[in-house]
Write a protein that binds this ligand. Structure first.
Ligand SMILES: Cc1ncc(COP(=O)(O)O)c(C=O)c1O
Length: 417
């Protein structure tokens, strides 16, 4: 740890929340250099939905390496890429009646968001974008300009122009329909909100504190987009890839976004890869117009193709909902057991948050969980939401063991008061 603290920039973050040296991982477990086992309820911030070192994927890449398969391929055509695209079309697009083109961007999520914003502006020839309160879309300049949290938005350098923030579903309380408010400001050419090229949103705000948009709200946003000829971008970087029980988080609401950003768990194995999906007619890119060196992570193509096998039928999805129910019920029980926390359970599928009060208690609880060998991170503007993002493949036994740790960690924290 000493070299990390001395040499790595102050910008490091998770090594502060979990200050041990990790050196091994399998399924829902991480191990430190001393061999201690930790249950991972964070899963690389939603990157390891299929678990650490997923056995099927590991076997496939070992074979691929043995055969000297292409590792880096710029964006050249490779067998690994064509296999992935064929499976994406067959297993994901066709059954969902989606006719998307696929753009491979630079490898992190924010690269996909940048491309989506740029494409929207090119297509619509309008500069404005609408984003929502508590939205999180990454931290490069364009993505950061649509990210709401002030912690990241330094007055000195962020480009604040061309983005309007509107209230997300529930922001003004349950009784206020914020989609109606959006429609109203778009109808009024004196509202100060310009018609945007695109509206970007998460169906469940992850970093923003596990805020779930209702199906009705999403449907209304979609219809506003159609009415005003605005592109709808769903940022599915964190809650896509099965996190809500569906491959895409928007499936439940029945909406059809124009553009979708995908990253994190898409490669399945934790290898970096991001893609943007968009309606065929929107594909106005000129060759190489949005290029980059690392858009051909062929190892990630190999593992992503294996990950798609989980979606050949609805078995995996049903398992996610089944485990999600266990999780939800246990979180509700924890909430009832500790009324002092004034807790609120938020989420759907297999992404949940336990919002607690006062906010600082959330960090005390996650620190205590870590002492007890459970890894949980926080979300929300005040870091007051204990966030649950365990791998989707976790067994009932490990899930319950982790929740037991959460339960007695809370008890211990409250006893100290
Ligand atoms: C919804 C959403 N969009 C974009 C990003 C940015 O992804 P990355 O950190 O890989 O750049 C994140 C990261 O947490 C995210 O949750």
């Amino acid at each position: 740890m000493e070299i990390i603290e001395r040499l790595e920039s102050e910008v490091r973050s998770y090594s502060r929340s979990f200050p041990v040296l990790f050196n091994k991982a399998k399924d829902a477990f991480l191990y430190d250099a001393e061999g201690n086992r930790y249950i991972d309820f964070f899963a690389g911030a939603g990157t390891l939905n299929y678990g650490h070192n997923n056995e099927y994927m590991k076997e496939k890449i070992i074979d691929y390496l043995r055969q000297d398969g292409i590792i880096h391929g710029l964006d050249m055509a490779t067998t690994a890429k064509s296999v992935l695209l064929e499976k994406l079309e067959k297993i994901i697009f066709k059954p969902r009646n989606l006719d998307y083109k696929v753009q491979f961007t630079g490898s992190t999520g924010t690269n996909a968001v940048e491309a989506a914003l740029k494409l929207s502006k090119m297509v619509k020839k309008r500069s404005n974008i609408i984003s929502f309160t508590n939205g999180y879309h990454g931290l490069t300049m364009g993505s950061m300009s649509v990210t709401a949290n002030a912690y990241y938005r330094d007055e000195a350098f962020i480009n604040r122009s061309d983005v309007s923030f509107l209230p997300y579903d529930g922001y003004l309380g349950k009784s206020v329909n914020t989609a109606s408010y959006l429609r109203r400001v778009l109808q009024d050419n004196s509202s100060g909100v310009d018609i945007p090229s695109a509206i970007i949103l998460e169906t469940v705000q992850g970093e923003g504190g596990i805020r779930v948009a209702s199906d009705k709200w999403l449907q209304e946003i979609e219809s506003i987009c159609r009415e005003f000829e605005i592109l709808l971008i769903i940022d599915d970087i964190q809650v896509g890839n099965g996190r809500t029980g569906y491959f895409f988080s928007f499936e439940k609401s029945g909406i059809k976004p124009d553009i979708v950003t995908i990253s994190k768990s898409f490669s399945g194995f934790g290898l970096p890869m991001s893609i943007v999906l968009f309606r065929r007619e929107l594909d106005i890119w000129k060759p190489g117009q949005h290029t980059g060196t690392f858009r051909g992570n062929n190892l990630a193509f190999v593992t992503a193709a294996v990950a798609l096998d989980y979606w050949r039928d609805d078995k995996f999805s049903r398992e996610i909902f089944r485990k999600g129910k266990i999780l939800y019920e246990r979180l509700e029980a924890i909430k009832a057991k500790y009324p002092q926390l004034k807790a609120e359970v938020r989420g759907r599928g297999f992404i949940y948050g336990l919002a607690v009060s006062p906010a600082a208690r959330a960090r005390e609880i996650s620190t205590e969980c870590f002492q007890n060998k459970l890894i949980m991170e926080l979300a929300g503007a005040k870091n007051h939401v204990i966030k649950f993002l365990a791998p989707l493949i976790i067994t009932d036994e490990v899930l319950n063991e982790g929740l037991d740790i959460l339960d007695y960690s809370i008890e211990k924290v409250l006893k100290k008061k």
